[in-house]
Design a protein around this ligand. Structure first.
Ligand code: ZN
Length: 130
């Protein structure tokens, strides 16, 4: 199954935890694993703090600082920084499901990471039942 995610900025972290949780509920998964995969070369998936939104803006600030928009890139499409960020973050996460809930730490959320927006994107989700 897939989620549709619409980004509004060039780079943006979008919390998709509740969207994934809704899919778990809709499919009646009680225990198992949740595999989350982004089929894009300029986006990613990560798990990080969902309490203070400034963590996400700080992370984007770091990414945009260490991977500058202007450099001697050769890729003609002009979005090499987004490709680099995508590989650094990675395209997937695996999260346990217990009693119908994602097993995340108190302050953890699952984020879709947009690195070349704004665009409409997709996130693939697979469940493995225990
Ligand atoms: Zn490209």
């Amino acid at each position: 199954m897939k989620l549709t995610v619409t980004s509004r900025n060039k780079t943006q972290f979008i919390d998709i935890t509740s969207d994934i949780q809704n899919k778990i509920k809709a499919h009646g998964i009680e225990n198992g694993l949740c595999f989350v995969f982004v089929p894009h070369t300029t986006a990613g998936i990560t798990i990080n703090e969902n309490a203070d939104p400034s963590v996400q803006s700080d992370m984007l600030n770091v990414f945009n600082t260490i991977i500058p928009w202007k450099l001697d890139y050769r890729h003609l499409e002009g979005n090499s920084p987004a490709h680099v960020k995508s590989s650094l973050v990675g395209a997937s996460e695996i999260i346990a499901i217990e009693n119908g809930q994602l097993v995340l730490g108190t302050w953890q959320g699952v984020y879709f990471c947009e690195f070349d927006g704004p665009r409409t994107r997709y996130v693939n989700i697979k469940f493995i039942k225990e």
